[in-house]
Write a protein that binds this ligand. Structure first.
Ligand SMILES: Cc1cc2nc3c(=O)[nH]c(=O)nc-3n(C[C@H](O)[C@H](O)[C@H](O)COP(=O)(O)OP(=O)(O)OC[C@H]3O[C@@H](n4cnc5c(N)ncnc54)[C@H](O)[C@@H]3O)c2cc1C
Length: 463
């Protein structure tokens, strides 16, 4: 047996690496096991960061081609250098993953390189070495969900990982799944010139979102050129010399049709990743979807083994994983670490963006909660007009009796940044009146949030 630790975290994604850093800050001796060549997990290597780098670049490309002229800026001969765009994305990823390596050194977190396997409670094996530890944290994340009949080769039929690396812009990209990842990466390739068709099983895209927002979002994306095949399922994919032929059937059953694509992006969701971890050997229980079962303190059924992030229940989001990492590290030293699952913002980084926090109208109705709703369109916001970004609205939902904010749903420019003020308001138990009476700088997009809060009481000023 080699070195021993207070905590060994398995997986260096946003859940694992943040947990390791926080535990080290609190004085524990910490190691983090990662089998990738770089730290940062899915998020930094093949998720949040590279996708946002490409969204940024492709947005600049589209703006230069189609929006600048409206501002009186005429640019001739705009051309795409895709290999430079991909190289830049690689540089952004490189800087971020190196940053985590620096933070590990700064906080004296030991990186154990290789695949971690739990061989017994309190024992983790990495690269043929056994390490003992008082606590084990499983933070092994997730990977993309497979689909029967659609075999991924990461060239013609890709997951999000392959979609971040396409060597040329596909003529026709078919995205299977109308969720966040499919729509973000679909946006990237549409802006760069691909025709994009999204096949979605349900009757609407982004199905967990507030219905009104997802309907309007679909309209906006359609205006941008997206094609949607809703209530449809892909049942087979055949590779041909020209591309891929998909068999698409109505979700409810019926006649199949063929859909030809140059590239297919499979984006029907993600599943917990626990391969090779040794969970069966030590008897760690999983649920019906393969997620590690935990209680409210991230404890598994085996004493001394905990789990956080995408590998457990809850939204598969980097900031949710990070907050769980912090809360668990604090609990391990006897502090009261806590995550408020009622206030976890969720964002789609298309343009316009979509952001939400708290409950949707459908959720409030389902639990019989009486509520008031206030809405304000970006069309009536001076800053949005100056930007030329007037699509969308802010909607605030508040308790009918107490006026406490219960949810906020935004489709619009910089929605992902705007939602933070409502998340803070909700953490402090604010009423819509509190938000409405807070002085908001003019002219800002945030004024649309204030106006939506005023609208909850029927007194929006600028509409
Ligand atoms: C294309 C894409 C875009 C996304 N965009 C966003 C976004 O904008 N915002 C957002 O909040 N979320 C986004 N996500 C989701 C986000 O990436 C995840 O929620 C987040 O990474 C989960 O963090 P985690 O620490 O639980 O796991 P992960 O980030 O998946 O990290 C787990 C790590 O564990 C390692 N590992 C697994 N098993 C072992 C083992 N046995 N031994 C050693 N190492 C192991 C893996 O190699 C991996 O590096 C995106 C995801 C994708 C795919």
């Amino acid at each position: 047996m080699s070195e021993s630790f207070d905590v060994i975290v398995i997986g260096a994604g946003p859940g694992g690496y943040v947990c390791a850093i926080r535990a080290a800050q609190l004085g524990l001796k910490v190691a983090c096991v990662e089998k990738r060549d770089t730290l940062g997990g899915t998020c930094l290597n093949v998720g949040c960061i590279p996708s946002k780098a490409l969204l940024q670049s492709s947005e600049a490309f589209e703006e230069t081609q189609h929006k600048f002229a409206d501002h009186g800026i005429l640019v001739d001969g705009v051309k795409l250098d895709l290999s430079r765009m991909l190289a830049r994305k690689g540089e952004v990823v490189g800087a971020n993953v190196k940053g985590v390596e620096f933070l590990f050194k700064k906080n004296k977190v030991t990186w154990l390189k290789g695949e971690g396997k739990i061989t017994a409670p309190g024992t983790v094996e990495v690269a043929g070495q056994s390490y003992s530890t008082k606590n084990i944290v499983i933070a092994t994340g997730s990977d993309s969900m497979p689909l029967k009949g659609v075999e991924v080769d990461e060239k013609q039929i890709v997951t999000s990982t392959g979609a971040l690396e396409l060597e040329k812009v596909p003529g026709h990209l078919v995205v299977i799944g109308g969720g966040v990842i499919g729509l973000e990466l679909g946006s990237v390739w549409r802006r760069l010139g691909a025709e994009v068709t999204v096949v979605e099983f349900l009757d609407r895209i982004t199905p967990t979102m507030d219905n009104e927002v997802s309907k309007q979002f679909e309209r906006v994306l359609t205006k941008q050129g997206f094609k949607f095949k809703l209530k449809s399922k892909v049942t087979a994919a055949a590779k041909t010399a020209e591309g891929v032929t998909l068999t698409v059937e109505p979700a409810a059953g019926g006649a199949a049709e063929e859909l030809k694509a140059d590239v297919v992006l499979l984006a029907i969701g993600r599943r917990a990743y626990t391969d090779g971890l040794g969970l069966d050997t030590v008897g760690v229980e999983r649920d019906e979807r393969g997620r590690v079962k935990t209680d409210h303190h991230f404890r598994t059924n085996v004493p001394g083994i905990y789990a956080i992030g995408d590998v457990i229940v809850g939204p598969m989001l980097a900031h949710k994983a990070e907050d769980e990492g912090v809360a668990l590290a604090e609990q391990l030293v006897g502090q009261a670490g806590h995550v408020n699952y009622g206030v976890i913002p969720s964002i789609v980084y298309t343009w316009p963006e979509v952001a939400s926090v708290g409950e949707t109208e459908e959720e409030l109705k389902a639990r019989g909660q009486e509520y008031k709703s206030g809405k304000f369109p970006f069309m009536a916001n001076g800053r949005a007009r100056a930007m030329g970004d007037t699509d969308g609205f802010v909607k605030i939902l508040a308790d009918k009796k107490t006026d406490r904010v219960l949810g906020c749903h935004i489709l619009g420019p910089d929605a992902g940044t705007l939602i933070a003020e409502v998340a803070i308001a909700m953490e402090f138990g604010a009423s819509a009146e509190d938000v409405a009476r807070t002085c908001h700088a003019h002219p800002t997009l945030n004024e649309a949030v204030k106006e939506a809060a005023l609208a909850v009481d029927g007194r929006a000023l600028h509409i």
